[in-house]
Design a protein around this ligand. Sequence first.
Ligand code: SAM
Length: 280
Amino acid sequence: MSVSKEPGTLWVVATPIGNLADISQRAIATLRQVDVVAAEDTRHSRRLFTACEIDTPLIAYHEYNERQLAPKLIKDLEAGKNIALISDAGTPLISDPGYRLLALAAAAEISCLPVPGACALIAALSVSGLPSDKFSFDGFLPPKTAARKKELQQCLDNQSTVIFYESSHRIHRCLQDISEVLGGERQLVICRELTKTFETTLRGSVAELLAVLEADRNQSKGEFVILLGPVEKQADVEQVSTATKELFALLCEELPASRAAKLAAKISGESRKAIFASAP
Ligand code: SAM
């Protein structure tokens, strides 16, 4: 008599982007329970496993073997194994391997469940102070200057925040290209080493942040998220007089910004929306 087994589940588990305390209890429990964990770099993940007392077998799943390994993992899932996918840091598939495996699993109607957690772009957006109602994530910009500048040209009129990942050896060159293509006045936020010892968030114009990087070489070290602010709506900003801006700033000390803008609009007769948008 043959016993047919229910297919297993593919768990997509987020791990910390620096601070190990950011791993969730559910992530630990899942990584302990599954039959095998497919990890981008098993040596790297072993450190996390040791810290969290996880002894589930690890196998390497990375961009160089995913073509061969993904179909094999699908067979294992169909045979009833439970598998977790992790990357070196943050959420798998976000500028990390896993797409091929998830595409095959979805096509095979295998249950795929996320265990959400850290993701550098979301952490950066959450502290950037830039508009977060709409944003796009463009991964890593091309490494070569000509291709990078071409891609940056698409941000000339962007109306929402655009997020990029960048490495330490290209951050300075990348800011120079942003300045050349989009102008030194464009608002930018750079989050460096999020959740780690030398965590820094710099906010300002491209020209200002380039000056900071040039004055302090340490500011170019580590891992970076670059957030490009939307093109400023000049009409809105210009409509607000200096006196009203000062009044708004004063009211913001006592009231939530939306109420402060409403009150400043009532007193000055100027546009509430424009006053709100004029916040520094
Ligand atoms: N899957 C990851 C995630 O969920 O964010 C991203 C992996 S991608 C290969 C690595 C890039 O993410 C880094 O080069 C950097 O741009 C960004 N990154 C990862 N950790 C970061 C951190 N702690 N601070 C700032 N940026 C980080």
